[in-house]
Structure formats: structure tokens, C-alpha cells
Design a protein around this ligand. Structure first.
Ligand code: NAD
Length: 472
């Protein structure tokens, strides 16, 4: 046996300020609302005070974006591309700083922010930079919409920003973006990157604050397009606010994905996919494989292997390079995960977690498995958005499809089988925007992503992602 040696990433690379303002018209300015604190969820330490944008501040930001729209949309696509390429390269140069700050503010393991989030963020800017001078080949016209109001969640703060800002700018729009209130810091570092890239003032504006600030962005009469990623509940409120205004709208909402394992699948490989599907980013993933559907004949073997594997996961300091599972993003989210897990037990499912010591401070939840889950149980129906997996069984492919589709959501699904024909058969029948086969949680900027039913509408990524930002 070897001794465990922690390998924490240094936080010296981040120049954390004690207070942050709003980013409007190329400058950091004070907000008119009461500032709020953003904390490190792994330690509960306050990281910084952040400005709250009132509706007057949002109005200033929208006016700056409107003024900049004239300049930005008039640039030839190839010129806009140069700025986007420059932003992508600076993101690569400052990758370590961005990754450490993301892990501090969000609680996600540095291994993920460093190897997944930040590389994908740069990839998104590179990808859409490539489209900026080729829009006429995309098939959606070349006319930008104007000012885009964008509201994003806390689970992938910088990646969701990239998904929103890169296509908007490539198409010639300007933006006012509101990050989530528990994770505003990397968006503000991105604002600094925009300045470093020499982006014309007002093309990107960042307004921080809670739900009211988001609502002010959505309701502003001079916003032409609203892009929202977040919960289905808030998505509904936004759809109502936008109805009849003529604003274009895309909604990327919640999910409850099925990860379906057939008896002919490579089980060890499937175990890795299941772990990646639900424990990546503490399960704070809209497309997380939170319902495991396993063919009855291999249930015992698969669960034994899965439990062995879960026993090896390391939970703790997000900045430790060995960490697999970091902190839950906020006390509110932890309370929600606890409530739904307790409900799972009281409704009759059996709960299991590996032996796992939780740190004394901060917000933590152990990797958790529920067996004996029925389709009617709350843990099988509601989005938990945490490291909690519900296990259900099936006997035939038709039963697997029926159970997988038995959800109000439709964002993603996973299929594990050796048979190519079965993969295609399922992909045709699963009501999910993305179906992964013998893998899970694979993302690429060239591949469109989005949902059916209560998971929202519109696609982000790929050529399809341009449509949301052009007057088709
Ligand atoms: P949330 O809906 O509570 O908040 C999302 C954002 O909306 C935050 O910035 C928040 O301040 C803002 N907001 C809150 N009320 C608002 C209002 N009335 N008007 C305008 N903005 C408002 O969601 P969350 O808890 O931050 O994120 C988790 C949810 O996001 C999960 O349901 C998850 O599935 C979903 N999500 C979906 C995708 C996707 O691509 N489909 C990706 C990531 C997360």
C-alpha cells in the first residue's frame, strides 16, 4: 500500500480582489444594488464581494451593447473572427488561472476545470471564430439580431458563458450576460480577457446579481434575443415574460437522463461510463446519467463492480489534483440533494454510499446509490443535480425505451451494448437531444446540444448553434 500524498494546485496564480464591480462598456463600474458575497463552497470562506446590478444598471449595459452593435455588426466577419481567435488564445494562455478560480468559486475538482471546462471554453471560441466569415454557408442568413440578453447557471460557469457568448459574437451580436450569483468570478475574469483582447467597449457586458438582475435582462425592451440556461421552473417564467414581445428565445433546461446498460455490454467500460455520467462535476450536470437502467440478467454483476469502483473515488479539496468529487456548490443545493435523498429512502428505495469521510467545513455529499427504485419514486422523477444515482432494471429493449422516455425531460441518454443495430434502434426511439453510445458526457463545440419537452428548445453548439443568433 502506498501512502496518500495530497497534490494541491497553488492558488497563488489567481489575483483575487476583495471586491468586484460590473463590466459595462469596457469598464469595471460600481453597481447600484447591495453587493453580495461569493464563497468557496469547500471551505465556506468568503472569496469576494460582488456588485449587484439593478434594472438601471442593466439599462446602462443594454445601452452600451446597443451602441456597440452598430460598430461590431458592421465589421467584416473575418475581422470579428480575429477578436474571437485572440480571446481563445488568451484563454489558453491564462488557462491555469481560470481553472483555479473556477474550482475555488464553484467547488469542482481542479482535474475537471483544468482538463474539461477550460479546454472546452477555448475550443468554443476557436470553433465559432471559424464560422464568423463563413456565415453565408451556414444556411441561416447573415443578419445578426442585435443585443442578446443571456442568463446562465452555476454548474459550468465559464463553459456556459462560452456557449452563449462565442456564437453570439461570431454572428455580429453584442451581449449582456448575467452569471449565476454563486459563481460570478470567472465571468469577471473573462471581462478582463475581453479588455486584454482589445474587444471594442460594449460588445460584451457582464452584470452580476441574483434572479432579479436576470429578470431585468430578460424584460429589457431593447434586448432582441434571450438565451437562458438553468432550471425548468425559471425557464417557464422567462418563456412567459418573453411571450408576445418578438424577442427570439432559446431555453436550455433540466434533465433526468437514462443510462441504459444491456447484458452484452463491456461491463467494466460501462462502470466507468456510469461513474462519469453521474459523478462528474458532483452530478451538477443537466445531462447527468442520473437513472441507471440495467438489464436484469447483469444487475448483480454490474452493481458489485460499480460499488467496488465507487469505493475508490476520492472526495475532498477541489484544488487537490487527486480529487474525483469536489464540494456541492451551495448550502441551498446541498439541502435540496439531502431532501430528495431522504425522500428516496422514505419512499422505499435502498440507499448505499461507500465509506467516505466528509470534510468538517464546506458543503459535501457522498457518492450515493439507490437500488430498488420504482418509476414512481421522486428520486426517479425529479432532477436531483447531485452525486446520486437511481438504479432501475429492465428485461427487453422495448421496456428500456419505455422507462427511459418516462420522464418530463428529454436532454440526453446513454446506451451500452456491443450491437450497432441496437444502438441505432434505440437512438431512433429515445426522446433525448443527445444519445451517447458506449460513452457518456462527451462534448465537442462542433456537436449541437439541446433538449426536448421540459428540457427546453433551441440548440447550442455546431452549425445549428448559429441559428439562434441570426435573423433567419
Ligand atoms: P436557476 O434557474 O435557479 O438559475 C439560473 C440562472 O437564472 C441564474 O443566473 C439565476 O440568477 C437566474 N434567474 C433566477 N431567477 C430568474 C428569473 N426570474 N429571471 C431571470 N433569471 C433568473 O438554475 P440553477 O440552479 O442555477 O442551475 C441548475 C439548473 O440548470 C438545473 O436544472 C440544470 O439542469 C440546468 N442546466 C441546464 C443546462 C442545459 O444545457 N440544458 C446546462 C446547465 C444547467
Amino acid at each position: 500500500m502506498f501512502e496518500y500524498a495530497p497534490a494541491p494546485e497553488s492558488r497563488d496564480v489567481v489575483d483575487l480582489r476583495s471586491a468586484y464591480g460590473l463590466f459595462i462598456d469596457g469598464e469595471f463600474v460600481e453597481g447600484s444594488g447591495t453587493p453580495f458575497k461569493t464563497v468557496n463552497p469547500a471551505t465556506e470562506e468568503t472569496l469576494a464581494e460582488v456588485a449587484t446590478a439593478t434594472s438601471d444598471d442593466v439599462d446602462r449595459a443594454v445601452r452600451a451593447a446597443r451602441k456597440a452593435f452598430g460598430v461590431w455588426s458592421a465589421l467584416p466577419g473575418a475581422e470579428r473572427a480575429k477578436y474571437l481567435f485572440r480571446i481563445a488564445r488568451i484563454i489558453q494562455e491564462r488557462a491555469r488561472e481560470l481553472a483555479v478560480l473556477e474550482s475555488l468559486d464553484n467547488g469542482k475538482p481542479i482535474r475537471e476545470s483544468r482538463d474539461v471546462d477550460v479546454p472546452l471554453v477555448a475550443a468554443h471560441f476557436f470553433y465559432y471564430a471559424g464560422w464568423a466569415d463563413k456565415l453565408r454557408h451556414a444556411g441561416f442568413g447573415t443578419t445578426p439580431l442585435g443585443v442578446a440578453g443571456q442568463v446562465i447557471p452555476w454548474n459550468f460557469p465559464l463553459l456556459m458563458l462560452a456557449w452563449k457568448i462565442a456564437p453570439a459574437l461570431a454572428c455580429g451580436n453584442t451581449v449582456v450576460l448575467k452569471p449565476a450569483e454563486t459563481t460570478p468570478l470567472t465571468a469577471l475574469l473573462f471581462a478582463d480577457i475581453c479588455r486584454q483582447a482589445g474587444l471594442p467597449p460594449g460588445v460584451v457586458n457582464i452584470v452580476t446579481g441574483a434572479g432579479e438582475t436576470g429578470a431585468a435582462v430578460v424584460a429589457h425592451p431593447d434586448v432582441n434575443k434571450v438565451a437562458f440556461t438553468g432550471s425548468t421552473e425559471v425557464g417557464r417564467t422567462i418563456a412567459r415574460a418573453v411571450a408576445g414581445t418578438g424577442k427570439k428565445l432559446t431555453l436550455e433546461l433540466g434533465g433526468k437522463a437514462a443510462n441504459i446498460v444491456f447484458d452484452d455490454a463491456a461491463l467494466d467500460q460501462a462502470v466507468e461510463g456510469i461513474v462519469n455520467g453521474i459523478f462528474f462535476n458532483q452530478g451538477h450536470v443537466c445531462c447527468a446519467g442520473s437513472r441507471l437502467l440495467v438489464q436484469e440478467s447483469v444487475q448483480e454483476e454490474l452493481l458489485a463492480a460499480l460499488k467496488r469502483r465507487l469505493g475508490t473515488l476520492r472526495l475532498g479539496d477541489p484544488l487537490d489534483k487527486n480529487t474525483d468529487i469536489g464540494a456541492i456548490n451551495s448550502a441551498e443545493q446541498l439541502a435540496r440533494i439531502r431532501r430528495l435523498s431522504d425522500l428516496g429512502e422514505s419512499e422505499g428505495a435502498e440507499r448505499w454510499s461507500p465509506a467516505c469521510e466528509l470534510p468538517g467545513k464546506g458543503f459535501w455529499f457522498p457518492p450515493t446509490l439507490f437500488t430498488g427504485v420504482a418509476q414512481s419514486h421522486s428520486i426517479a422523477r425529479e432532477e436531483i443535480f447531485g452525486p446520486v444515482l437511481s438504479v432501475l432494471t429492465f428485461r427487453t429493449p422495448a421496456e428500456a425505451v419505455e422507462k427511459a422516455n418516462n420522464t418530463p425531460y428529454g436532454l440526453s441518454a446513454g446506451v451500452w451494448t456491443e450491437k450497432g443495430s441496437r444502438i441505432l434502434w434505440l437512438a431512433e426511439r429515445l426522446r433525448a437531444g443527445v444519445v451517447w453510445a458506449n460513452t457518456f458526457n462527451k462534448f465537442d463545440p462542433a456537436s449541437p446540444f439541446g433538449g426536448y419537452k421540459e428540457s427546453g428548445y433551441g440548440r447550442e453548439g455546431g452549425r445549428a448553434g448559429l441559428e439562434a443568433y441570426l435573423a433567419v
